[in-house]
Design a protein around this ligand. Sequence first.
Ligand code: MN
Length: 315
Amino acid sequence: MSTVDQDLDVPAGIPPAAAAAGVEVTGARLARVGDIEVRRLLPLRQRRSVGAWCFVDHYGPASVDGVAGMQVPPHPHIGLQTVTWLIEGTVLHRDSLGSEQLIRPGQLNLMTAGHGIAHSEESPEDHDPSLHGVQLWLALPDAYRQVAPDFEHLTDLPKLRAGGLGVTVFAGSLAGAASPARVFSPLVGAEISAAVDARGTVPLRPSHEYVIFTAFGTAGADGTGLPPGSLLYLSPGRESVAITARGGARLFLLGGEPLGERLLMWWNFVGRTPDDIADAARDWARGQRFGAVPGYRGTPLPAPPLDPVRLARRA
Ligand code: MN
């Protein structure tokens, strides 16, 4: 997906709850990606990443019956991996490596931008009537952020049980279950589902920090209710978290070793310095570095105007 705004920092929507130390609940900012309304949960002004997770958009469930649905024209990325995960619906991915891949619920699209890639995301012409999913970004650690671009589509992902909950590990590892997707720092991305009212204890790594959010239904963690649109942060040092969910609920657990690097995010770029961003914007405008997206019928997205002074202030 592509962001439309320059300033990615989300103001804290909800003041930190009266919760235990190292626990914080924040609210999403509503944003639009084309015609799709999204709840943007990360980044936060006070927290640009959680582990390597630096961007969390949750959209739907929304009816796209008889309408175009998701239509995100070709746009560039650097310095990150995009994780596309659907709960309902279908999305067609194309990229400048020549990949063309329809994604369905329970499958992973992982695109490594590295030095630079361009992609488009669309509801296909004969798409399902509803759309519900998440778009996540993983910041590449400094040592890997110039790697060659890559795209993976994975349908066979490890699943485990935590009490009455089902857990699918789509990225990184959890409790010995490891996703085959290539990531570049110790982390986890998992979807947690409850077929019926259920509870379970999910093991955590004390060296990792985590966020948890509900994508659908009624659920909570460690006694804190988490309606869709709220994000629970857990600081390092924990061995587990207790999840309670009504039947049908879906949650996400994202975490990892704190990155320890100050990210500079602008539009669809994750860099470290204003020059990283300005160079990428210039190359996109000139049609260099990122390549074209074969098969896409339409005009690529132009970058928004870049304000060097404002960018330097945020670096
Ligand atoms: Mn994108």
